[in-house]
Design a protein around this ligand. Structure first.
Ligand SMILES: Nc1ncnc2c1ncn2[C@@H]1O[C@H](COP(=O)(O)OP(=O)(O)OP(=O)(O)O)[C@@H](O)[C@H]1O
Ligand SMILES: [Mg+2]
Length: 318
């Protein structure tokens, strides 16, 4: 159930052609450096068509995209803390930062170094907080991360999947950029995703975007595994009183309207924000805190959804 046609990503943003200051082993290229193909065997870039065949990744049980219709709702925060919660529950977890326009996972996970390349020309994921991590941000210098040519983006997403030594994983959590753009399209073209998680905040304006996110995955044939409501309430650090700053239960009500699972609410909390900024996500730094418990509940609910639905193919497509 794919609606992308060959050449669709020609509509993507224009090329700047300046990836030369990237990590020497990780320049965004046509794939030749990592795949071992000779550059002269490549067609000129403008003639390259995105490859359509799927990458299967049989050693990874669940491939889960974290998405939102709207920016800044906490996808990356949820992706990192959820990944660590799943690892704390005994899972082998990888975290792939596919946010080509603002990769933030390395900062949130406290990673400064670049990944190494194995003798087989595979990228070796960095490991932090018990999570294997790769970021599209490793492939371009920071100042160029916002500008991508369509085929380049497509090929980089594929490299992050097939040219990385992910090993055996229970979960690969994939952090997407906001909205319904070409990264999600490239990803769904490349691998059969187990499903997508939609992160939202409780307000009406954010919820309108949830509908767009749900609609996009529906068109791509990707099941929605559930909705996570972030910044749901403020938990007073002194008296533990809950204050619903935004609309109450907006994400919950929306998930009910769409008939998808509601996986839980994450409080709005300064510690969650600071933890991401210093590179030690709250679940890693303060695993016993109420905030971490909230992420643990989401992880547990996700496990239940995956158990009930079983393998990729058995999940209900909306
Ligand atoms: N529950 C929370 N409590 C406090 N701060 C939060 C919470 N969730 C996220 N934040 C903060 O909000 C900001 C945006 O979060 P984050 O980067 O995770 O959002 P995003 O949806 O991934 O953004 P983008 O759309 O730009 O990728 C960050 O500074 C983060 O620390
Ligand atoms: Mg993000």
């Amino acid at each position: 159930m794919r609606f992308l046609k060959k050449g669709d990503d020609k509509k993507s943003k224009p090329e700047t052609g300046q990836a030369s200051k990237a990590h020497p082993d990780l320049k965004v290229i046509s794939g030749s450096q990592i795949s071992g193909r000779q550059p002269q065997q490549q067609p000129p870039p403008q003639q390259q068509q995105p490859q359509q065949q799927n990458i299967t990744l049989p050693n990874i049980k669940y491939k889960i995209a974290v998405a939102s219709g709207k920016g800044g709702v906490g996808k990356s925060t949820v992706a990192t803390n959820l990944a660590i919660s799943l690892a704390n529950a005994g899972g082998a977890v990888g975290l792939m930062d596919a946010d080509a326009y603002g990769p933030s996972i390395p900062t949130m996970m406290g990673i400064q170094e670049q990944p190494k390349v194995s003798p087989e020309r595979k990228l070796i994921p960095l490991v932090r907080h018990n999570i294997k991590l790769m970021s599209i941000g490793f492939m371009v210098p920071e100042e160029q991360a916002m500008i991508w040519r369509g085929p380049m983006l497509h090929s980089s997403i594929r490299q992050l999947l097939s040219d990385v030594e992910w090993g055996e994983l229970d979960y690969l959590i994939i952090d997407l950029p906001p909205g319904t753009g070409d990264v999600a399209l490239s990803l769904t073209q490349a691998i059969p995703l187990t499903g997508a998680l939609i992160v939202t905040t409780p307000q009406d304006v954010a919820l309108a975007d949830v509908r767009r996110g749900v609609a996009m995955f529906e068109r791509l044939g990707v099941p929605i595994l559930g909705v996570i409501e972030n910044m749901s309430y403020f938990l007073c650090p002194h008296c533990n009183e809950k204050t619903e700053i935004f609309r109450k239960d907006g994400g919950k009500n929306t998930s009910e309207r769409f008939g998808v699972a509601f996986l839980g609410q994450i409080p709005l909390d300064a510690e969650v924000c600071t933890a991401g900024d210093i590179g030690v996500p709250i679940v890693a730094g303060h695993p016993e805190s109420p905030q971490s418990e909230a992420f643990g509940t989401v992880a547990h609910e996700l496990e239940s959804v995956l158990e009930v639905h079983g393998d990729d193919d058995e999940l209900t497509i909306l």
